[in-house]
Design a protein. Structure first.
Lengths: 338, 184
């Protein structure tokens, strides 16, 4: 008997080995993968759609620029004098948030656009205004204040601030331990998909990415996207995932918007002036030493700025953070928190 | 007839399909390849219960591989997963056994070997005449379609030893099947 015959007979004998049924855990995991795969495929389509939408916006912006320029030319010709155009026509209207960065108004509403995108997915039902009580929302959400609008579908809570900007997403579904472990690449891909879905304007800008894994903690994965709004202020979006790559929540810090009569940059100046006023025992520091982020919150219908000043050098390698609340209508300092 | 010739491309497709959530691909792969995978696991771990547990862990690893991740050496990856998961389980079993034996009277070497034999690939008599390493060599070479130097690489052992083990295992199998044919 040769080698092939012997091993062939062994292969036949292998049929005698009783094979246990596939465990329910494995079957559940593969079904979950199917759901994830469908979700990712939808995100891909969604991203392409967003790009198309941006392209359309560019075309409209170009047409608007053309109209402004041509009307100025007509005005110059008809009046025979130069009319200075104060509008910045050099930058196209890429998104609503960019346009509102320059404005002083609070009335801009982004939530419709975002909800439209969220509802388009239809993976977790239609997002509608949450019926949860305020105390419950305050407990669940990290950034909930009165005046925020919270929408909910079967999986997530979407927290919109008074300006209609999405500031937080929270996974409310009970988390099961699937035994699947996500890898760095899949977390990065998923984060980019979510960023494009929820924050398309931000996704189009220049940002830095920082990914960290903490095997012994929850969240297991944290990824933050940071962009500089100007020389000193930042806007940050942080996404947290569990070990299986399930999104736990999304948190945002900072905005490019202005509210009330005081502009965002003026609020920063007022806050820094207050911190440097000598009322507090804080040594002198330069703007380059610190990282600044600005948030807009509402207090019983009155919007105010929260200026976060991170990393003021105190002593050797010791830094402190200061939070200054500035009334956005009067510029009055409401509170300084260390 | 089990899927004796596990092809690299076929396996890569299976992994891709399974990790993208194709349940029927999972069932088909399991039906075709589950037996030799279990046999390989049982050549390392001591009990059938542990073997079945490891087999499910291996299936979980395939599910979690990630459909977007490119796979260049699917067979090498799968066998590494099987061997590593089995060795880990065997270590756990050894630790548990040491704790139990410390309390009770130690089993004799013969008892231990007998228990191991009964609990391992009990349905395949032919494999029972081979030792653990011989079983691994045969399964990887026959079912995994690895050349012996590759088997040596995966198992982290010198090629000469693997070649000798395999040659010896085949002669044992020839003897076993020769005797069985004569008795029939």
């Amino acid at each position: 008997m040769n080698e092939k015959k012997a091993t062939g007979m062994l292969a036949d004998d292998m049929l005698l080995l009783k094979l246990p049924p596939i465990s329910e855990k494995v079957l559940q995991a593969v079904r979950k993968q199917k759901q994830k795969y469908a979700e990712n495929a939808f995100h891909d389509v969604q991203t392409k759609r967003t790009h198309k939408k941006v392209l359309v916006k560019y075309i409209f912006a170009a047409m608007a620029v053309f109209l402004v320029v041509s009307s100025s030319v007509v005005a110059v010709i008809s009046n025979n004098r130069f009319v200075p155009d104060t509008k910045d026509v050099s930058s196209p209207l890429v998104s609503k948030s960019v346009s509102t960065a320059e404005s002083q108004s609070v009335s801009v509403v982004h939530s419709t656009d975002t909800l439209e995108r969220v509802n388009l997915r239809q993976l977790y039902g239609t997002a509608a205004l949450s019926e949860r009580s305020e105390p419950e929302l305050e407990t669940l959400l990290a950034n909930y204040t009165k005046g925020n609008k919270v929408y909910e579908d079967e999986r997530y809570l979407y927290n919109f601030n008074a300006q209609g900007r999405l500031i937080e997403v929270l996974n409310t579904a009970p988390l099961n331990e699937s035994g699947i472990f996500a890898d760095e690449q899949s977390i990065q891909q998923k984060s980019l998909d979510l960023l494009t879905l929820y924050f398309p304007d931000f996704a189009l800008s220049d940002y830095n990415t920082k990914l960290s894994e903490n095997k012994d903690a929850r969240p297991h994965w944290s990824i933050s996207f940071t962009k500089m709004c100007d020389d000193h202020t930042v806007m940050k979006i942080m996404l947290n995932f569990d070990e299986a790559g399930e999104l736990l929540n999304i948190l945002t810090l900072g905005t490019e918007e202005s509210a009330g009569n005081i502009s965002r940059s003026d609020a920063i100046k007022i806050a820094l002036q207050e911190v440097r006023s000598g009322k507090y025992s804080i040594p002198a520091f330069s703007d380059e030493d610190v990282e600044i982020a600005v948030e807009i919150k509402n207090n019983e219908g009155i919007p105010y700025y929260i200026v976060f000043v991170h990393g003021i050098p105190l002593r050797q390698e010791i830094t402190i953070d200061v939070i200054v609340k500035v009334n956005s209508d009067t510029g009055e300092i409401k509170e300084v928190v260390f | 007839m089990p899927n004796v010739w596990l092809q690299e491309k076929e396996l890569a497709n299976y992994i891709k399909e399974i990790s993208s959530g194709n349940e029927s691909a999972l069932r088909q792969f399991y039906e075709e390849n589950g037996r030799w995978m279990l046999a390989l696991i049982l050549s390392i771990v001591q009990t059938r219960e542990s073997g079945e547990e490891v087999l499910q862990d291996v299936m979980m690893s395939i599910v979690a591989y990630g459909s977007r991740r490119p796979i260049s050496n699917a067979k090498g990856w799968l066998f590494k997963v099987i061997i590593n998961a089995s060795k880990k389980k065997a270590k756990e079993e050894h630790l548990m056994q040491t704790e139990v034996l410390a309390e009770n009277e130690a089993l004799s070497y013969e008892d231990e070997a007998l228990e191991r034999m009964e609990n391992s690939v009990d349905q395949i008599e032919a494999l029972q005449c081979l030792d653990s390493l011989e079983q691994q060599c045969v399964i990887m070479h026959v079912f995994g379609q690895f050349r012996l130097p590759q088997v040596a690489e995966i198992l982290g052992m010198p090629y000469n030893r693997i070649r000798n083990k395999y040659t010896y295992a085949v002669s044992k199998l020839r003897k076993f099947y020769g005797e069985r044919r004569e008795s029939v």
